[in-house]
Every structure is written in C-alpha cells, then in structure tokens.
Design a protein around this ligand. Structure first.
Ligand SMILES: [Zn+2]
Length: 443
C-alpha cells in the first residue's frame, strides 16, 4: 500500500482517546507492511487492554538503538466544525483531511516507510531500529509509552549491553510563512506540567450579613496575584535559537533577535516577551513559566457565603526552573490571602544533548525543498518523549513536514489536514534521516 493510501486508511479508523477504541486496528494495519519487510513485530497489551506495536529491525546490540516513536490514538472531534468528514481520509485541494492526518498517524506512516526502505534496501544497519507505535498518548501515556518504558524497557531499546536509545518523535514540525525562510525545529526538551491545588477558608454566613473574612474573595485575590506568565527569561536552547533566527531575519525582527541572543538578552526578553507572545503563542510561552487557573469550586446557594473555596492550576515550567523556589513564592503569596497551596503532581524530563544525531537531522532539514533553517528548540506541550528522556535516552522531536501557522492551528482543532506534497517530501527526508542514522558507524 502506498504511504498516502495507508495514511488515509489509518485516518478512517476513529481511534479517539478516550476511550482509545481503534488503537488495535491502527496497530494491526501498520503491522502489515512492517511484517512484510521482515521486521519482527509484536503487539504488547497494557493491563487496561491498550495495545502498542513494536517492530524491530535487527542490528548490533552494543550500540544505542534508534527508536521511531509515534502514537495510534487521536483527540476527539467537533464534527459540525469540519469542512470534510474528520474520519473520511479524503483528499481535497491537494490535502488529505482528517483527524490524525498530522497528529500523528502521518508520522507513524513516515516512520514505517523509512523502516521498510531500510529493511528492504540492502543496507547493513549499525544498530537496531525500532518502530514503536504506542497507545494512549493523548490521555497522558500511562497505558502506552510510560507503561512500555517502565515495564518493558528492553523491548523499547533500553538494553544492558548498550547505551540508552536515540529516539525520534513528535514535537517539531517545520514552519513556513513566518520568516523569509522556513524553520525546521529540532526539539530537544519540553516544558513540564506542575499541577497545583489552592484552597481558601473564611467565615461562612448569610449574604445579607457578609462576614469580613470571605473564602471566595481571598481566593480571587490569590488567583489574580499569581496567574499568568512569570518573569520572562532565556533558556540556553532559546538563546541559541534566537542567534540562529537573527541570521535569517531582516529589519526590526533581525535587531530583536540579535538583542535577545546578545549579552543584554536577559533584560531584552523581559521587555520583548509580551510582544512575542502576541505574535507567536508557541514561541512566547517558551520564554517564561506560566501559572494558569483551570477549575474553581466554591459555594452552593445564591444567598450563602461559603466557608471554603478552591482552585486548581496547570503550571507549565521551563526545564531549568527551580520548582521549590516557585512553590515557596506561591505559598508566600497564598499566606497573605489566607490560601494554602499544594503541589499535586509534578513531572520533569531533562533536555537532550545535541550530538551527532542532532547534526544529522540538521543536515537533512536544511536539504529539504526551500532550505529550511534548522533550529534547536523546546516545545511548550508534553510528548511521550519525556518518558524516554527521563530514563536516559537522547530524544528529539523532529517531523520534516513544513506547515503554515494556519495548518499548525488544526492540531487538536477542526479541519486537521496534511498537504500531500509536504507528506511526500517528508517521506523522502525521514527515509534519508533514518537510513543515515541507522547505518552510521560509531556510537
Ligand atoms: Zn501527538
């Protein structure tokens, strides 16, 4: 089956998570070409019954395996907002429409094509190559990547006989139409969620005789005091990115990037961050931690002043944030408003070093049509790569599809679609990258 046809068939399987029904069907369909090319394939099923596909192409087991990571599930759709059937897999105007056409069934197909080409092309891999298609990414990965890395580490490339694997996954799509030259981010790390709960207590009473100490009023003052971006600062990866951008931008943009990459960058970013956020939310939110209220609960009757109120926050932190310092700042502010703050869950994952696989991706990116500028980047969202990074893998978010901001906006939104021409270019680039990564000697 040709790549585009395979992608269309995968899109037609509505593997919406929750509940993730259809993940097994996606795995089975992708398994066929991998089996046919001679890879060893298996489907591992989590305790909750969620299937993940692993396909292995043999190679020396004393080198870090190369893992190509994607996921089989998709997010739900609001069908009436779509121009074409979200599960139709139809091609209109040179684009393949449907949920998962970008996130991330297209990438699963690119990985599969690359592995099949390697297996059938007569090359000798210098390392094992694993195609891993996991369940449950869109609901946090506990039944997919996290479960595999924790319970079947050897199957996903963590061997005692070799250094931890090198992993390619999602997070970095090419971006056209923002600067004169398209950008091709290679994502080396991501912001981490910190989930908080804050509660206020006060005097309960009647609405006609309001008490002086009110839980809701205190909580609202606290929310106002802490919500929003924290002071902007430059993570070293972002400083390098601005230096690279300064090389290709023109006019005032170029001067701004030069300023940010230069010795006054720390001061400049605080001045420029609001403007950058207004222009590009993704870039803007990579310049600061954010603290965002997501749920508020208080009260039960119109004329009763409740004695307690609470709020949850989804804070997103840069990889080098001092979490304890942030928590102590939140507690101090809370104390002033009669609010107690508790961290409920925190995750973190290291930033991957830039080694020779990074250099190889840089080469392949720059050789794409229109010569995109490869830049190291972070991503504001979390991906399954964090589970691999946490266990010591070097992991890069790299997908050589070059999209416009309008197309990027369809991720998790309506009218998700992939331009056929881009998909085909990406296929060539992914196949090239995987071939070179798998056959290069050394580490
Ligand atoms: Zn995804």
């Amino acid at each position: 089956m040709e790549g585009l046809e395979l992608l269309a068939s995968l899109v037609r399987i509505a593997s919406v998570n929750p509940p993730g029904d259809g993940e097994g069907e996606v795995a089975d369909l992708l398994r066929e070409p991998l089996d046919a090319a001679g890879l060893d394939t298996e489907v591992l099923v989590s305790p909750q019954g969620r299937p993940s596909l692993i396909a292995r192409l043999d190679g020396p087991t004393d080198r870090p395996p190369l893992v190509l990571l994607s996921h089989s599930d998709v997010v739900p759709v609001e069908e009436d907002r779509w121009t074409h059937d979200p599960f139709g897999g139809e091609v209109h105007d040179g684009q393949l429409w449907g949920r998962g056409s970008l996130d991330m069934k297209s990438v699963a197909v690119l990985h599969t094509q690359a592995a099949v080409a390697l297996a059938t092309g007569g090359a000798t891999p210098e390392r094992e190559v694993l195609v891993v298609l996991v369940a449950d990414e869109e609901a946090g990965g506990a039944e997919g990547a996290e479960w595999l890395v924790d319970h079947h580490p050897v199957r996903v490339g963590f061997r005692d006989t070799a250094p931890p694997p090198e992993v390619l996954g999602e997070g970095g799509f090419g971006l056209a139409g923002v600067l004169d030259r398209p950008l091709m981010p290679i994502v080396v790390g991501e912001k981490s969620p910190l989930w908080l709960r804050a509660s206020a207590t006060g005097d309960a009473g009647h609405g006609s005789l309001p008490p002086a100490d009110q839980a809701i009023a205190g909580l609202v003052r606290f929310i106002t005091a802490v919500s929003g971006p924290r002071p902007a600062r430059l993570h070293p990866v972002m400083r390098d990115q601005f230096a690279a951008l300064a090389g290709v931008a023109t006019g005032t943009q170029r001067r701004a990037f030069q300023l940010l990459a230069g010795p006054a960058g720390a001061a400049a970013v605080r001045v420029l961050a609001p403007r950058i956020r207004a222009t590009s939310a993704v870039l803007g939110h990579l310049l600061a931690d954010t603290v965002t209220p997501t749920q508020v609960r208080a009260g039960y009757k119109h004329n009763v002043v409740p004695g307690s109120a609470e709020v949850t926050f989804d804070a997103r932190l840069l990889p080098d944030t001092d979490v304890d310092a942030l928590l102590s700042w939140l507690s101090d502010v809370g104390e002033r408003h009669g609010v107690t703050v508790a961290a409920e869950q925190r995750w973190s994952s290291p930033v991957s070093p830039r080694g020779d696989l990074f250099d190889l991706l840089t080469d392949v990116s720059a050789a794409l049509p229109d010569g995109p500028l490869p830049v190291a980047s972070l991503t504001p969202g979390v991906t399954d790569l964090r589970f691999f990074r946490r266990r010591g893998a070097t992991a890069y978010g790299w997908v050589p599809l070059v999209l416009t901001p309008e197309q990027v906006a369809t991720f998790h939104g309506a009218d998700e679609r992939v331009p056929v021409e881009q998909f085909e270019r990406a296929s060539t680039a992914m196949t090239d990258a995987v071939h070179r990564a798998a056959t290069r000697p050394g580490t």
